[in-house]
Design a protein around this ligand. Structure first.
Ligand code: PMP
Length: 437
């Protein structure tokens, strides 16, 4: 048919197609490293997802929802969250925060925590607004702030390495109070807090949270609190919700994820909890973009939370069992990494462990004419030569600060015992090769 089209109609588009707001945010660490891991890795401790099954009670709830009598579970549900899910989330978080929550106005369900974050930035950030991001940070915060027209302002956690040869802990990475205060100004609209923090596993202490809260109140700033790892806290540490501190409920959106909470990252069920005054604007973004999340996953997650509400604090609770299991896995990986000469930073929470890799500089070949940071080169070298995949830490830093933090890589230990054993085998073999060379 094309010979009927005039030459004008056949002409290829020549105008620039990309919207300006996408400039400079086209690169994505996961696309590159997920592909590398798929091609080369024997053991993949890169991307953060469990390779063990989601709990049986959750899988059963999904099967019941799928094949049960209620065929309406295959249809649309309420746009801002399936009623059984928002109801139980309101009960659960109401209990945790010690306040009455209205399921219809204080909770909104999202497509994973990712969409919750996206809604926050779109709803609150205007052209020219500044958003403070604590480094290292979950990488999507930066492009999301930029897409909303805002300017990210970065403040790094400063490492105070312990003396006397003790292992480092994620608690050794601290905010400098004066430096943090210096980032707040009239232009600051929001701060993003991620505790427990991906990638370090840092669980912010009450003192640190009070420091952030005081600055938020003083400068009338919002807090976007990404708490997806809220249940994954180790060694008896406590996860403190910044929304529970004085003056903070009114200005905080709490973000959570069933992916991390119930070891089902592929379900992409997330939520926001906060005051109606803030959530009403998230609803505007949600209703004009995603509109509605899959009903069936929401139904199953609702049942998961109903179970957890009943068993709250009891030994059978998944939120009690999962961190116990993960702490053991963390300790195995710490031992394995130490054997080969990496210096692990013991995480207080999350799926992740960051390790110092400065010992290996002479093993990793320089790439001529490349300004690729050492940790990127190391992670690529390790997956190609040893079959072990990890993520370079500088991927979690802004361009300006990347080069100060390129001696570390991040490993995910939310893995089957067999996977961690296979990683240990690789590391033991590597150790033997090192000592014999
Ligand atoms: N925030 C943080 C800190 C994360 O680590 C992740 C997932 N890796 C997310 C948000 C996104 O969560 P979800 O998979 O529920 O979209």
């Amino acid at each position: 048919q094309s010979h009927f089209l005039s030459p004008l109609l056949q002409a290829k588009m020549s105008r620039p197609v990309q919207a300006r707001r996408l400039e400079g945010i086209d690169k994505n660490i996961w696309v590159e490293f997920v592909k590398l891991a798929a091609t080369y890795s024997k053991v993949n401790l890169g991307q953060g997802f469990p390779d063990f099954p989601a709990p049986e009670f959750l899988r059963e709830a999904l099967t019941r929802a799928l094949g049960g009598e209620n065929h309406m579970l295959h249809q649309y549900t309420r746009a801002f969250g399936h009623p059984p899910l928002v109801k139980v989330l309101a009960q659960f978080f109401g209990k945790l925060l010690g306040r009455d929550l209205d399921p219809m106005t204080n909770v909104m369900v999202t497509v994973g925590a990712y969409q919750a974050l996206f809604c926050c930035f779109q709803a609150f950030v205007d052209e020219g607004d500044e958003v403070i991001i604590i480094e290292p940070f979950f990488d999507c915060y930066e492009p999301m702030v930029k897409m909303a027209g805002g300017t990210p302002v970065f403040v790094p956690l400063r490492l105070k390495a312990p003396k006397d040869g003790k292992l480092m802990s994620s608690a050794d990475w601290k905010l400098d109070p004066a430096e943090l205060a210096s980032k707040f100004s009239k232009r600051t609209k929001a701060i993003v807090l991620n505790s427990p923090n991906n990638p370090l596993g840092k669980v912010f202490s009450r003192g640190e949270l009070e420091l952030i809260a005081d600055l938020c109140v003083k400068h009338d700033v919002l807090c976007i609190s990404d708490e997806v790892y809220e249940w994954l806290v180790y060694d008896g540490k406590e996860h403190i919700r910044i929304a529970s501190l004085q003056g903070m409920w009114d200005r905080t959106v709490i973000i959570g994820s069933a992916g991390k909470t119930f070891s089902a990252t592929g379900w992409k069920v997330g939520w926001t909890v906060g005051p109606d005054r803030l959530l009403q604007h998230l609803r505007t973004v949600h209703q004009n973009s995603v509109y509605h999340c899959a009903t069936i996953g929401q139904e199953a997650v609702a049942q998961g939370f109903q179970r957890e509400l009943m068993l709250y604090g009891k030994p059978e609770s998944y939120f009690v069992q999962l961190p116990k299991e993960l702490q053991q896995k963390r300790d195995w990986l710490v031992q394995s990494l130490e054997a080969v000469g990496m210096k692990p930073i013991i995480p207080e929470g999350t799926y992740f462990l960051v390790a110092d890799i400065s010992e290996f500089k002479s093993d990793v070949p320089d790439v001529p004419n490349s300004d690729e940071p050492y940790d990127y080169r190391f992670a690529k070298w390790m997956v190609k030569n040893k079959g072990l995949a990890a993520i370079p830490l500088s991927a979690f830093y802004s361009e300006a600060h990347k080069n100060n933090y390129n001696n570390f890589v991040r490993f995910c230990f939310a893995k089957e015992e067999a996977t961690l054993k296979a990683a240990n085998d690789i590391l033991q073999k590597w150790k033997k090769e090192k000592t014999s060379s």
